[in-house]
Ligand binder design. Structure first.
Ligand code: NAD
Length: 543
């Protein structure tokens, strides 16, 4: 037992390195990229701290360079899923009984390891396996994940600090117990930081986890496990089972001990997960906690008082960075007709300068989309845009998949404000614009609010304060993260708590105490110093 009050000071966000030509970080990252490409590896499942091989090997390739190999991973099946549940259940006891301060130090140490010796390894794995530029990898697999690991222990103390009132005769306290059973973490391909946060946030609160990473982002997941091991995470607390969702999902989701699900990915998969859990809720020991951050159809709403330079930069970055594969990417824009001719020209000029290609070439602003199925789905939207009389492709629209899954940055103008390009998540480099009569600002705000089922991120661009106030009010439920005169992407842990509602998820705000609260089941304890020794009350003493 540790006698002393352990304090975690408020962390600071990890500074983003620039990777300018000639910088030491650029040289170090380039070396690591070369090393990784020259040394393909074999990734096992990691269960109870043991490397488990299945022999069912799947090739890992950079989406932008399909002839290169990053190695192979051992695909898990339902057998490994069951082993992982058993390992989590075994590890849970000792881990959850450890002092919370000891659990916190594991994540703090992991953050320091990632900020130092593992920074370039995880950035290189993210760049190669998921086709991110060095900047996109740096803000994700380095800075955001470091921030999650530094901030969550601090937020944990806020959860634990929440204690009820006591009196002189009665002491009341709340014990923030981990959930009974294990937690199932299921991560998407597009953010290594999310992949690292989904299993570690519940683990920090004393839970043990079965983690299924995305099949298209195995390499970053493997290195995250290495960092955690070196940071002292005990065996079995997080178990890595890289396998297909429809194979790993059902046995884990139907297990009696399922205590919670920590998911990020598409709305469709999340709905399937929820339906599976809900199909026979009586089989679980408790009602499983279900947390899911899902898709978006994020808007940029422009008032005629907007600054055009700021707006152009925001649209280009917001829509096309990481090939539009951010849940927060700008994918529909509402532009007043008074600004459109000028904005259109500026935007098309800027997009004309974008370089796309292998992300190991640091001059490129864009890489490839993640895989064949994403390529197919996005290009179907492009073909639809080319054929629909209500849609005009203003730039881009081209694609090719010989060397990698490349899709040009595309802007489509829609005359139909409710076209499927204005309402469905495309998850690729496609921005659809609807030009509205500047005088119909208020009506168009309502149109924006009611066009798409999603409500993840959105932005208003205006200099006129009245217009800003009006949009903030009208779009109150249209986005869980709302930006004023800034692009709708790039939320920072501790600064813009992230998550959306409606079809965009349960809005439990990753990287905040709100999310951590979901991984505990509080127990209220009351102790009375001098309890009653007679059942009778004084009012009963006479009639
Ligand atoms: P996806 O839904 O295809 O896959 C997410 C994860 O679910 C993967 O690990 C996948 O293997 C797994 N999965 C698939 N079927 C499953 C099943 N039946 N049971 C259990 N697991 C299953 O998503 P993706 O393509 O990896 O990521 C892109 C999506 O994620 C987009 O919709 C994007 O908007 C969303 N996203 C949202 C946020 C957010 O914070 N709101 C952040 C990142 C990504």
């Amino acid at each position: 037992m540790f006698n002393g009050l352990f304090h975690i000071r408020e962390p600071k966000n990890e500074p983003v390195l620039g990777y300018e030509p000639g910088s030491t970080e650029r040289a170090a990252l380039k070396r690591e990229l070369e090393r990784m490409l020259a040394n393909p590896i074999e990734v096992p499942c990691i269960i109870g701290g043991r490397e488990v091989t299945t022999g069912d090997l799947v090739e890992m390739r950079p989406p932008h360079a399909l002839r290169q190999s990053l190695g192979r991973y051992h695909r898990a099946s339902a057998v490994e899923a069951e082993l992982a549940i058993a390992a989590a259940n075994e590890a849970k006891g000792a881990w959850s009984e450890m002092d919370w301060s000891a659990r916190a130090t594991v994540l703090h140490k992991a953050a320091e390891l990632l900020a130092g010796k593992y920074r370039y390894t995880l950035n290189a794995a993210t760049m190669l396996n998921t086709s991110k530029t060095c900047h996109q990898a740096e803000i994700d697999s380095a800075c955001e994940l470091i921030d999650f690991w530094r901030f969550n222990p601090y937020f944990m103390t806020q959860v634990y600090d929440d204690q009820p009132l006591s009196t002189q005769q009665v002491i009341n306290y709340m014990e923030h117990r981990p959930l009974e059973g294990f937690v199932f973490a299921v991560s998407p391909f597009n953010f290594a930081s999310i992949a690292g946060n989904l299993p570690t946030a519940p683990a920090l609160m004393g839970n043990a986890v079965v983690w299924k990473p995305s099949s298209t982002a195995i390499l970053p997941a493997y290195y995250i496990m290495q960092v955690l091991k070196e940071a002292g995470l005990p065996d079995g607390v997080i178990n890595l089972v890289p396998g297909p969702g429809p194979v790993i999902g059902p046995p884990v989701l139907n297990h009696t001990d399922l205590g919670g699900v920590h998911f990020t990915g598409s709305t469709q998969v999340f709905s399937t997960i929820w339906l599976t859990v809900g199909s026979d809720i009586r089989k679980y020991i408790s009602y499983p906690r279900i947390v899911g951050e899902t898709g978006g159809k994020n808007f940029v709403f422009v008032h005629e008082s907007a600054d055009l330079d700021v707006l152009t930069a925001a649209l280009v970055r917001g829509a096309f960075e990481y090939q539009g594969q951010k849940c927060s990417a700008a994918s529909r824009a509402y532009i007043p007709d008074s600004l459109w001719p000028q904005l259109r020209q500026r935007m098309l000029d800027e997009i004309g300068t974008i370089r796309m290609g292998d992300t190991c070439d640091f001059r490129n602003f864009m890489g490839a989309v993640i895989d064949q199925s994403a390529f197919k789905s996005i290009t179907q939207y492009l073909e639809f845009a080319k054929s629909d009389p209500n849609l005009d492709v203003l730039c881009g629209g081209g694609y090719e998949d010989r060397e990698g899954y490349f899709i040009e940055p595309t802007v489509v103008e829609s005359r139909d404000p409710r076209s499927k390009l204005m309402s469905e998540e495309i998850f690729g480099p496609v921005l659809t614009v609807y030009v509205y009569p500047a005088k119909r600002y208020e009506e168009t705000l309502e149109l924006c609010d009611t066009t798409s089922p999603y409500a993840l991120t959105g932005a208003i661009f205006a200099r006129d304060r009245f217009a800003i106030v009006q949009a903030t009010r009208a779009l109150r439920n249209a986005a869980g993260n709302f930006y004023i005169n800034d692009k709708p992407t790039g939320a920072v842990v501790g600064q813009q708590p992230f998550g959306g509602s409606r079809a965009s998820g349960t809005n439990d705000k990753a990287g905040t105490w709100l999310n951590l609260e979901r991984w505990v089941s509080p127990r209220s304890i009351k102790e009375t110093y001098l309890p009653a020794s007679d059942y009778r009350y004084p009012f009963m003493d006479g009639e």
